[in-house]
Design a protein around this ligand. Structure first.
Ligand SMILES: NC(=O)c1ccc[n+]([C@@H]2O[C@H](COP(=O)([O-])OP(=O)(O)OC[C@H]3O[C@@H](n4cnc5c(N)ncnc54)[C@H](O)[C@@H]3O)[C@@H](O)[C@H]2O)c1
Length: 336
């Protein structure tokens, strides 16, 4: 598929102004890039705590792109950012379960207080729709598979609590103030620009970087834990559908945002080895190491995507392996 083409040029977004909070991050920068192809004005609002200028630098070539540096914990910054905006894609948050276990207060400040600030600012500015990044971590200790939206367990980390609280606030705001909200429960998203550096790096970019350096990736547990790894382009598609849906029954609810297939960590490292050794044959000999299970981790995660299919017309184009091939190609070109 041609990286430069919009998935489906959506006329209803033509000339609208869309605010992407966390737009300098992994998912946010991919959303900004795609939205510009739909002829929108795009405002990226970010404090660069985990986001990077290099993620958005090419976007400044487009005169419809604008950056506001600010913090969602500051209500004045939020009010300024939402002025004149039609839609909001709220991605800004502190990700990572281990980060929230180490510092729950900061995760709560950003993910809960910052979220509430953005909702208030959106309501005050009469924004048409508020789409936000929810999380599969909300399923907590529920063992049922596949995960369906209305069956959740108890949260297993401070991060999971923050993401669940977001859903509760969005629901109350839609009932109380009539603001249209849609939450997208992302399942282990991966793809271009996901940060491979730092102690809280996600597993795919971390392992790619390890393999490229001929270092052994360390799998937490026996490698038989599984995840519904979701390619970024499927996530972008969901956001566009949530922005543009005219189906009233599709509003004010949450959707699993995934491919709907699970892959074990052992399978994942097998695919990574296979794809990366096409670029560097020595990677085929890199050994895998195993460490203890991580606190807050669930053994298996697999989404039912039936709700998104029926209410939003979601039709993910990339399975895990197709996405992984593209991601590996991007990392090879950009990390080398
Ligand atoms: N990546 C995943 O697999 C995944 C899974 C579930 C949910 N999510 C959610 O998706 C969203 C985006 O995640 P990502 O993977 O792109 O992470 P990311 O860290 O790459 O992006 C987050 C962005 O938010 C910005 N930000 C953080 N705190 C801020 C603040 N106080 N004010 C303004 N900006 C701030 C960061 O600088 C960064 O650019 C987050 O809400 C995350 O919780 C991600």
């Amino acid at each position: 598929m041609d990286m430069e083409k919009p998935m489906d040029m959506n006329q209803s977004l033509n000339n609208t102004t869309i605010l992407v909070t966390g737009g300098a991050g992994f998912i946010g920068s991919n959303l900004c890039e795609e939205l510009l192809k739909h002829n929108c004005k795009v405002i990226c609002f970010d404090n660069f705590s985990t986001g990077k200028m290099e993620n958005i630098l090419p976007l400044f070539d487009n005169e419809r792109f604008k950056l506001i540096v600010g913090d969602i914990r500051n209500i004045d910054d939020c009010h300024k950012a939402v002025s004149g905006v039609d839609y909001i894609l709220h991605e800004a948050a502190l990700g990572s379960v281990p980060r929230s276990i180490k510092d729950p207060i900061t995760s709560n400040d950003v993910n809960v207080s910052g979220f509430l600030n953005m909702l208030v600012a959106a309501k005050d500015a009469n924004v048409k729709r508020f789409i936000y990044a929810a999380s599969s971590s909300t399923y907590g200790d529920s063992a049922s598979l596949p995960k369906v939206e209305d069956v959740i367990g108890k949260p297993l980390s401070p991060y999971a609590i923050t993401k669940y609280v977001n859903e509760l606030y969005a629901d109350v705001f839609s009932r109380t103030y009539g603001i249209e909200c849609i939450g997208l429960r992302y399942f282990n998203v991966f793809g271009q620009r996901q940060d491979p550096y730092g102690v809280y790096a996600a597993v795919i970019p971390l392992f790619v970087k390890k393999f490229m350096n001929h270092e052994s990736p360390i799998i937490n547990g026996d490698g038989e834990n599984s995840r519904d790894f979701t390619y970024i382009k499927n996530v972008v598609q969901m956001n566009i559908l949530a922005l543009t849906t005219t189906n009233k029954a599709a509003l004010n609810t949450v959707y699993n945002t995934a491919f709907g297939e699970r892959t074990t960590l052992n399978q994942l490292v097998g695919y990574l080895k296979e794809y990366l050794s096409e670029y560097d044959p020595l990677i085929a000999d890199v050994k895998i190491e195993y460490g203890p299970n991580r606190s807050g981790d669930i053994p298996h995660s697999l989404a039912s995507i039936d709700k998104a299919k029926s209410l939003l017309g979601y039709n993910p184009h990339y399975n895990m392996r197709e996405g992984l091939r593209e991601a590996v190609e991007w990392y090879w070109e950009n990390l080398k």
